[in-house]
Design a protein. Structure first.
Length: 292
């Protein structure tokens, strides 16, 4: 089993332990402590999933990281690589993609990035997100069932295969758990209200209805977890889930439903494959075969 680790999440999480407040003043720990914490977390994840192959870590590229990579490429006599923003940024018309997220990074964020690049096999996403490359890797190796996605980000659970989420704060450990293509959804009551949990295609369809507050994705609009679950709970096939989603969009948006729904698909769908020309294979909402 080879762990595919979402280093975006882990880098931010571990970077945050490198700073704390004492008597109202911010205190920064030595980077040695942060580095050892990160390496320990990677070791714990590998043990939890029964890793038999070294982990692969994934990072989402940004201009600063791209400049760092190009310095290395120049030293090696290679041409620089142009930075390409996440394709979802240009697609989002209704709301700015991830527009509500704060830009502040932990103090040792960049130090951790340098450590990750030097100590681990690392793949950097350019033009998409680390999540997409993780999903592409796992989807391409489903027959062998020899990979496991390791992240606390629920979005990746729409990708079939094995999943694991490490414990963090009040968030409990998840898995290892395997989702098939269709997947499952469940309505769960929490202290703050209801939420939908699950994975596979079923979970993707639930997201199309509810949207994703964290990523500033609106979904259908005005649909919460309870209503979304009611619309989808009796579905037992991919076609049934798609019909339920399409009918909900048609009822709300009328003749404009297709454009609205497709934007949400493009924002929420984790890329699983590339087309022959290397472009991302999108999920097409109005295609009876579900793909293009």
């Amino acid at each position: 089993m080879q762990p595919l680790i979402d280093a975006d999440v882990l880098r931010y999480e571990v970077g945050s332990v490198g700073e704390y407040k004492e008597n109202g003043e911010k205190v920064y720990r030595d980077f040695d402590f942060v580095r050892e914490t990160f390496d320990g977390k990677i070791k714990d994840i590998c043990e939890a999933v029964g890793a038999t192959q070294p982990p692969i870590l994934y990072l989402t590229g940004d201009p600063l990281l791209n400049a760092k990579i190009n310095k290395s490429r120049t030293r090696e006599g290679l041409d620089p690589v142009a930075f390409i923003p996440n394709f979802r940024t240009a697609i989002a018309e209704g709301k700015a993609y991830k527009g509500t997220r704060k830009g502040d990074k932990p103090f040792h964020y960049n130090n951790l990035t340098a450590h990750i690049l030097s100590a681990y096999r690392t793949i950097i996403a350019n033009g998409c997100e680390a999540d997409d490359l993780i999903c592409i890797e796992q989807f391409g190796r489903l027959d062998g069932k020899d990979t496991i996605i390791c992240t606390r980000d629920k979005d990746l659970r729409q990708c079939p295969g094995w999943h694991y989420g490490w414990e963090c704060g009040k968030q409990p450990e998840f898995g290892p758990h395997e989702y098939d293509m269709l997947g499952t959804i469940e309505l769960v009551k929490t202290k703050s209200g209801y939420k939908i949990t699950g994975g596979g295609f079923a979970f993707f369809c639930a997201q199309l209805l509810t949207g994703d507050v964290v990523d500033n994705i609106g979904g259908l609009g005005g649909v919460g977890p309870v209503k979304a679950y009611e619309l989808l709970k009796d579905c037992t096939t991919t076609d049934a889930y798609l019909r339920a989603v399409r009918e909900a969009y048609k009822a709300k948006w009328g003749g404009a439903w297709r454009a609205v729904a497709q934007e949400q698909c493009d924002l929420l769908w984790m890329i699983r494959e590339l087309n022959e020309d290397g472009s991302y294979k999108r999920f097409i909402i109005d295609d009876e075969e579900s793909q293009s």
